[in-house]
Design a protein around this ligand. Structure first.
Ligand code: WTA
Length: 650
């Protein structure tokens, strides 16, 4: 973040108190903070008790094998029973779980009774396909109800799922299947996006050629497009429809693995973040209740994330369903068929709680106030933000234009690794400031520290750390415990290092400043610079590549790549396009560089380390900082000159 932006943050003195009306009815009350502070583990035990356990736990945290935590370890529970069965048993079978809206305008209403039938049948089908507790299942689906059903069916039989975002490439899917030794992939023929059908099945066909562990591919028919068929393939409608609607759910240990979700770190290999059952469900349910103030009988909740990201796991599937939410699920993009699609859906379903990302908010700001003005948004009563720092301007726009100047905004900081929200205001309690995530939730310990792990004073900046283990924390990296310890617990062994910079203002409120490592945040999606570099150098025309994240007014950061080409590749007029497509093939379209600069040389220190700081200066059109440590300072002039010929596309 630039110096100027920091100064602006420090001068942000607007604050918004909860209205008396909101506070009076809020789920979370000020005493939460006191209760959690005086008996943190007791507070978490209370949150766990809100779930339906087959064997209620008597233990809370076991940190004896730190940093490998166990929570509620002697308890037994079934996640799907908590998210579905118990609501039907309590008489809420007719309540809508999902108002599904396909991009072409097709709709489906899925009640909790429907969900119970679908999840039970799917669980029976998985069993018929030979999936047992502990087996890994890859899920590669568009945003359709079957995505939630598939996840819940896996959870129901204790088979950890690994959801791979549908926008990722075949190669990304293949490497994730291999890393987790998955036995089954659940996919679809395709889905709808930007007004047309895209295909998923061909990417799966390509991936499974090289994944010997995959025994079957279970295919949902969504678009009806033609698909190639092999003897591993099974149609969802063939096998699931003929199953019994009854499935006897077994309870699993609280520490049984629930899912693996791959996310980018500082190396080229994404890491499989491992989450387990009881602690995870406890914290997602608690945070969803406290932060979104969900009233299950009256609210209509809409989280716009894709199920392929952790936000979709925790705040579409597990948290909201555990709390018996009625939700909107939307398949497509916000501008199809028109730029008011989201606002139209809010009006149509009477959405009361909206949870989205700053990049979307900034896009809507750009499209102008007139678009949402055409729709009735008065049903909204709470707004949430996640994925990256929200700038005060976007926060104020969200509040005024979408929230009618009356909805509390919860800016929620968390990560794939944390599993659930960690830092956020509590609506009805916290006085919010535009752009600040405010403070750790009750039960959570967070601090901003300097290099020596000393907490900074108010007004100071440093690294965000988590000071206490929490129930939804990752239990490790799949197959690589050393990397887990190295990445998160080696900088300061007593603290979890989040990888984010942060600042405390004069009142001690936390302002997130973005990543301090080589992880970029593009539209709220984590992509590592090394991952994109590896993809680039895997192209035969590329000799060397360096990638940096540059500030971008809409997407937060944009990917800028500097490449040295081999031989006469520079003469190929289409080389930049070929490289962008190659990255899309290796990782996915979201990782396509915004700009690729062909350079003759990269700035390196005498020890050969690429000086990314200088590349960032160039990518952000700043005057260069100190270049004296460069092996060859004239390199920068050459690169600077190359900028003029840089290519920017879509
Ligand atoms: C960033 C997404 C500022 C942060 C849930 C974090 C945020 C990374 C916020 C995790 C926020 C997420 N304010 N930054 N409210 N929320 N981040 O794993 O850099 O996809 O480390 O999880 O997103 O991204 P992930």
């Amino acid at each position: 973040m630039s110096h100027e932006a920091l100064q602006n943050l420090l001068h942000e003195d607007r604050a918004f108190a909860p209205t008396a009306e909101f506070a009076a009815a809020a789920n979370a009350t000020p005493d939460y903070y006191d209760r959690a502070a005086s008996d943190r583990l007791g507070f978490w035990a209370e949150q766990a008790a809100a779930l339906q356990w087959a064997t209620p736990p008597t233990q809370t945290l076991d940190w004896s094998n730190a940093p490998f935590a166990k929570w509620f370890a002697d308890g037994k529970i079934n996640v799907a029973v908590n998210c579905v069965d118990r609501h039907v048993a309590a008489g809420h079978g007719d309540q809508v779980a999902f108002h599904f809206e396909g991009e072409p305008g097709d709709t489906r209403t899925v009640t909790y009774a429907d969900l119970l039938r679908e999840v039970s049948k799917a669980a029976n089908a998985l069993t018929e396909l030979g999936i047992q507790a502990g087996d890994r299942v890859a899920i590669y689906l568009p945003m359709i109800p079957e995505a939630a059903v598939a996840m819940l069916a896996c959870a129901r039989i204790g088979a950890p799922h690994s959801v791979v975002f549908g926008g990722f490439s075949s190669e990304a899917l293949r490497s994730r299947i291999v890393d987790a030794s998955a036995k089954l992939v659940i996919t679809a023929d395709g889905g709808y996006r930007k007004g047309s059908a895209f295909a998923l099945k061909p990417a799966v066909d390509e991936a499974v050629v090289n994944t010997p562990t995959i025994e079957h591919v279970l295919v949902v028919r969504r678009t009806g497009q033609d698909v190639e068929w092999t003897d591993k393939d099974v149609w969802w409608h063939d096998i699931v429809e003929r199953q019994s609607e009854v499935h006897e759910a077994q309870a699993f240990d609280a520490e049984h693995p629930l899912f693996i979700l791959y996310t980018s770190g500082t190396t080229g290999n994404p890491k499989g973040i491992l989450h387990t059952t009881g602690g995870y469900l406890t914290q997602v349910a608690y945070t969803h209740r406290a932060v979104f103030d969900l009233k299950p009988d009256t609210d209509v909740y809409w989280c716009t994330a894709d199920i392929g990201w952790v936000t979709g796991h925790s705040y579409i599937v597990y948290g909201p369903l555990a709390n018996r939410a009625t939700q909107v699920m939307y398949e497509g993009t916000p501008d199809t068929p028109h730029r008011g699609r989201w606002w139209e859906l809010i009006e149509k379903y009477g959405v009361t709680i909206l949870y989205t990302a700053p990049t979307a908010i900034r896009t809507f700001m750009k499209w102008g106030d007139a678009v949402p003005a055409d729709f009735n948004l008065t049903s909204l009563r709470l707004l949430g933000s996640v994925g990256e720092p929200i700038n005060p301007e976007a926060w104020m726009w969200y509040r005024k234009v979408i929230g009618g100047d009356s909805c509390p905004i919860v800016d929620t900081w968390w990560q794939t690794e944390t599993g659930a929200i960690m830092i956020s205001p509590l609506p009805g309690v916290t006085h919010t400031k535009p752009g600040s995530a405010m403070g750790p939730l009750p039960g959570i310990g967070a601090a901003v520290v300097d290099d020596q792990a000393v907490p900074v004073r108010n007004g100071g900046g440093g690294y965000l750390v988590l000071t206490e283990p929490w129930p939804a924390m990752l239990r490790g990296i799949w197959g690589d415990n050393d990397r887990y310890v190295d990445t998160y617990w080696s900088r300061w062994p007593q603290y979890y290092f989040a990888g984010d910079g942060a600042k405390l203002d004069d009142d001690g409120a936390i302002w997130l400043l973005g990543r301090v490592d080589d992880v970029m945040n593009v539209s709220g999606h984590r992509i590592s610079t090394t991952e994109v570099e590896s993809a680039l150098v895997s192209h035969p025309a590329v000799a060397e590549a360096a990638v940096v994240g540059a500030a971008d007014p809409t997407t937060g950061q944009g990917i800028v790549a500097f490449v040295i080409l081999r031989g006469d590749a520079a003469e190929d007029p289409n080389i930049v396009k070929a490289l962008r497509d190659h990255v899309a093939h290796e990782i996915g379209a979201i990782a396509k560089p915004r700009q690729i600069l062909v350079v003759a040389e990269l700035p390196k220190t005498r020890s050969g380390k690429i000086m990314r700081r200088l590349l960032r200066d160039i990518a952000e059109n700043r005057s260069l900082g100190d270049v004296t440590t460069l092996a060859d300072p004239t390199v920068m002039n050459l690169i600077g000159a190359g900028l003029q010929s840089a290519t920017t596309e879509d």
